[in-house]
Design a protein around this ligand. Structure first.
Ligand code: NAD
Length: 321
């Protein structure tokens, strides 16, 4: 195992879930940093179209594969980023068993790959491990308040298991591992209908339809621009720190404020309407990122207005998916 504080250099990365929203941005960043990248994805919640831009890079390869089966990679990797998992509530509620399997068997197979190659391993965990938090803002020491049997548990508990498995591989097998707890991330490349707040609001605003906030809209979220999140994952891998480390934007906004900003940026006349609250929806969500600042030298660079403007501009150009 390496010592925290070390800056590691990598030549070849495997990104599971590399055709997904965050995964594709991470692949772009790694390629821009001069790495070879192998994206492994079964396209369960993404489309091969995402790969068009990535395939233009010489150093990019794609393997269509379900990570719940062992990964047949002929070459060695220096770093494995494990992102493969349904991530939007709409996806994981439609794919409950698959989501649990991706967190369990998928994480084990990705860890085995890292162990085989003596590679660094980064788990894309989530702020959902904090559940509906009783502490605020959320620090990494907080163990969370999760309903283990509710509909969202297929995602939350899969990630909690994945964190436990990652920690066990570190202790038992000496694998160099890092755990990133990613908070709400948004940006270009999201699917309009994946059920997440920002693409839904942008889609509704651009169509002039009511922008639907769940419950009162007074629940809070922190929203992190995807380029910042991808950079956080890379910095974690380079740092040698085991984490868990919160990767998110500490600027807290209510869901209604996000809806209002998107309405302003799009210039839409859409009304904001309240719809039924979601089961086990967290009331407050905001990371304490002191650890990321201290050990990774990382903090978000793109503020909400800038990020939302870039996202709206992308949605205006993109075919809505
Ligand atoms: P996404 O759905 O866009 O991407 C996930 C990718 O994983 C998809 O391409 C999907 O096809 C792939 N996948 C799913 N199951 C697979 C399997 N069994 N084998 C191979 N590939 C599989 O989601 P995203 O927003 O890009 O999220 C990526 C990761 O980041 C996830 O692990 C998610 O839990 C984590 N995360 C994301 C956010 C966010 O706000 N986007 C927040 C917290 C954590």
């Amino acid at each position: 195992m390496t010592n925290p504080g070390v800056t590691r250099r990598f030549e070849r990365a495997v990104v599971t879930g590399g055709a997904g929203f965050v995964g594709a941005h991470l692949c772009e960043l790694l390629l821009a940093e001069g790495l070879e990248v192998i994206a492994v994805d079964n396209l369960a919640t993404s489309s091969a179209d995402t790969l068009d831009g990535l395939r233009r890079h010489e150093g990019f390869r794609f393997l269509r594969h379900d990570v719940t089966h062992p990964m047949p990679l002929p070459c060695r990797a220096d770093v494995v980023f494990h992102l493969a998992s349904a991530a939007s509530p709409r996806d994981y509620l439609a794919l409950p068993i698959e989501t649990l399997r991706a967190g369990a068997h998928g994480t084990e197979n990705a860890l085995e790959l890292a162990r085989r190659d003596d590679a660094w391993f980064v788990l894309a965990s989530t702020s959902e491990v904090y559940g509906d938090p009783l502490e605020h803002p959320q620090r990494e020491e907080y163990w969370g308040n999760v309903n283990p049997i509710g509909p969202r548990s297929v995602y939350d508990e899969a990630k909690r298991y994945a964190e436990a498995l990652t920690s066990a591989y570190r202790r038992e097998h000496g694998v160099d591992t890092g755990i990133a707890r990613i908070f709400n991330t948004y940006g270009p490349g999201m699917r309009a209908h994946d059920g997440r707040m920002i693409p839904a609001f942008v889609d509704q605003a651009l169509k002039g339809e009511p922008i639907t906030v769940t419950g009162t809209g007074e629940q809070t979220r922190s929203i992190c621009y995807v380029e910042d999140t991808a950079r956080g994952l890379l910095e974690l891998a380079r740092s040698g720190h085991p984490g868990p480390v919160n990767i998110g934007n500490p600027h807290e906004l209510t869901v209604r404020q996000v809806a209002e900003r998107i309405r302003d940026i799009t210039g839409s006349g859409s009304p904001i309407e309240e719809i039924d609250a979601v089961v086990d929806d967290p009331k407050r969500r905001c990371p304490d990122i002191s650890l990321a600042r201290d050990v990774l030298g990382w903090e978000p660079k793109v503020d909400a207005d800038d990020g939302l403007r870039r996202t709206v501009a992308w949605f205006r150009r993109a075919p809505l998916r």
